[in-house]
Design a binder for this molecule. Structure first.
Ligand code: MG
Ligand code: MG
Length: 259
């Protein structure tokens, strides 16, 4: 069952999403070669708690951390480790927070130091996939329209669209209905209506779409070992149009300062 939200609920969800946005902004400040994902995890947890919120992933499904940090061929659900990030890595940082009972859940794939042109292109295209998917999230469309445009754009660029993991409804639960696949057909799936709140999160691989899970029972990696990228925003449908509740503004500001 899809739980449609009132405007009041959406405003709380915006605040939850913005806690995550500011957390990712802090991660952007600190991310560089030599930093460990566990150090970033601690910074994120402390910040979220300072905002009258609680980490959204920690303890959920047994998750041991605040952040999920997926490096290079890791697609999503990478557990933060003590292994320092290296120049040339790309790392998806996914973060959740609960504020006044509602979840924010959003993610950005960072460049560590100087990354290859090939990886840069993967990040660019994945980001574009996210924005294209958001534009499709409007009254009159269906969930399949979102996946269709994401898949088209990724495959046009020769990339693989992960099938095994999908975007999702968001609210008082991290994963609500409907599922929001990053592939699909126009005109298929549930109708998009006002009050729908979803997390759109393309996971795009440089090579094969196929993925597998590591023995830690968390980390998802590409089957061919090629890099993968992941961007995620929280969206609400208001007056028939998509409203982005989260923002990459804090990340972009932090990254601009480092240049
Ligand atoms: Mg997420
Ligand atoms: Mg999500």
């Amino acid at each position: 069952m899809i739980i449609y939200k009132t405007l009041e609920e959406i405003e709380i969800m915006r605040e939850a999403a913005q806690v995550v946005s500011r957390t990712l902004g802090l991660v952007a400040e600190h991310i560089q070669p030599g930093v460990t994902p566990l150090e970033l995890d601690k910074i994120a947890e402390d910040y979220i708690r300072s905002q009258d919120a609680v980490p959204g992933f920690l303890g959920l499904y047994g998750c041991p951390n605040t952040l999920l940090t997926s490096v290079n061929d890791q697609v999503v659900h990478g557990l933060p480790t003590n292994t320092p990030l290296e120049d040339g890595d790309i790392v998806s940082v996914d973060c959740g927070a609960v504020y006044k009972e509602y979840y924010g859940d959003h993610a950005y794939t960072f460049q560590v130091g100087t990354v290859s042109a090939e990886k840069k292109k993967l990040l660019e295209v994945t980001y574009e996939c996210l924005m294209l998917g958001i534009e499709e999230s409007r009254l009159g469309n269906r969930i399949g329209d979102i996946g269709f445009v994401i898949q088209q754009h990724a495959e046009k660029n020769g990339y693989g669209v992960v099938r095994d993991l999908v975007g999702h409804g968001l609210g008082k639960t991290l994963h609500e209905e409907p599922q929001v696949p990053n592939y699909g057909r126009r005109g298929r799936g549930k109708k998009i209506k006002n009050g729908l709140t979803i997390a759109i999160e393309p996971m795009i691989n440089m090579g094969t779409e196929k993925v597998m899970q590591l023995d830690d029972n968390w980390t998802i990696v590409t089957e061919d070992g090629k890099p993968s990228a992941h961007f995620e925003h929280d969206i609400a449908i208001i007056d028939g149009k998509p409203e982005i509740l989260s923002t990459f503004k804090y990340i972009e500001e932090a990254l601009a300062k480092k240049k």
